[in-house]
Design a protein around this ligand. Structure first.
Ligand SMILES: [Zn+2]
Ligand SMILES: [Zn+2]
Length: 267
């Protein structure tokens, strides 16, 4: 148990564990394992980005992993924005010092540059679903941050997509990542939110206009168990924080005890 993160064995899904029963289990598990060994002989594991050979269980080679830009201290306690200079002790960026977010903090361990941005992009827009493992590991690092461990979260809540966007993309990247980290680290996941208003793409809008654009864009899904619970919003990339703020606002109004956020990366 690292930093209080509960872990479950992710190699066998709960439904398989339940259905194989106590007698068949000991027979089936070695069979599944030997099947995997055979598969790895036929298809040796390789890096999801550059196709270099990797060790089994590693989805990226050492070179690609090392080229991911980590966010190191000093970074904003609230929004994880890195500070490029010498500073001692906790630091809050001017943007967070000026305004009050509805989330307590938003944690990301990597900058959305280079390999990280490339992976998120391929996962989201090119339907490269196998990349969820590599992205899920980075998201898991955010979840292990002390800011998200004390108190331990009761529920992970993925940022929802509008149904029209979901139909077009066919999956919600935040939901897939939330389930990946939920299963790996032993946290419950709940689709507590829905997106009620389709907002036009926000990239060209100023920070203030993004906030206004998102007002009333989220609502609660049917009776989610969020009251008096410590929630963590899950998203792929934190850009301005406007989406996370609007989601956190909706959850706090529904009686959540606290809302924090974890993302794979930060713009
Ligand atoms: Zn590589
Ligand atoms: Zn900040």
């Amino acid at each position: 148990m690292k930093n209080g993160v509960r872990r479950v064995n992710p190699s066998i899904s709960p439904s398989i564990r339940l259905s194989i029963g106590p007698l068949l289990g000991p027979l089936l598990v070695p069979l599944i394992r030997s099947g995997r060994t055979l598969l790895s002989l036929l298809y040796p594991p390789h890096c999801a980005l550059c196709l270099a050979p990797t060790r089994p269980g590693n989805h990226l080679c050492r070179n690609c992993l090392q080229s991911a830009v980590q966010i190191r201290a000093p970074a904003c306690e609230v929004c994880s924005l890195p500070f490029y200079g010498l500073i001692d002790g906790p630091f809050t960026c001017p943007n967070c010092a000026q305004r009050r977010w509805h989330f307590k903090c938003a944690v990301a361990c990597y900058l959305s540059r280079g390999v990280v941005r490339d992976l998120v992009h391929r996962f989201k827009y090119q339907r490269a679903h196998h990349l969820r493992h590599a992205l899920g590991r980075w998201l898991g690092e955010s979840l292990a941050d002390p800011r998200l461990q004390n108190p331990l979260p009761d529920l992970l809540v993925p940022v929802p997509l509008h149904p029209a966007k979901l139909r077009k993309r066919q999956f919600n990247q935040s939901e897939i990542l939330a389930h990946w980290v939920g299963q790996t680290h032993g946290f419950e996941v709940c689709n507590a939110l829905k997106r009620t208003r389709h907002t036009p793409t926000q990239t060209h809008l100023s920070r203030r206009h993004r906030m206004e654009n998102l007002r009333g864009a989220f609502a609660l899904s049917k009776n989610p168990p969020v009251q008096n619970r410590h929630l963590i919003l899950i998203d792929d990339v934190l850009t301005t924080g406007a989406t996370l703020d609007a989601c956190a606002h909706t959850l706090l109004r529904a009686g959540a005890a606290s809302v924090r956020a974890a993302t794979v990366a930060r713009a």
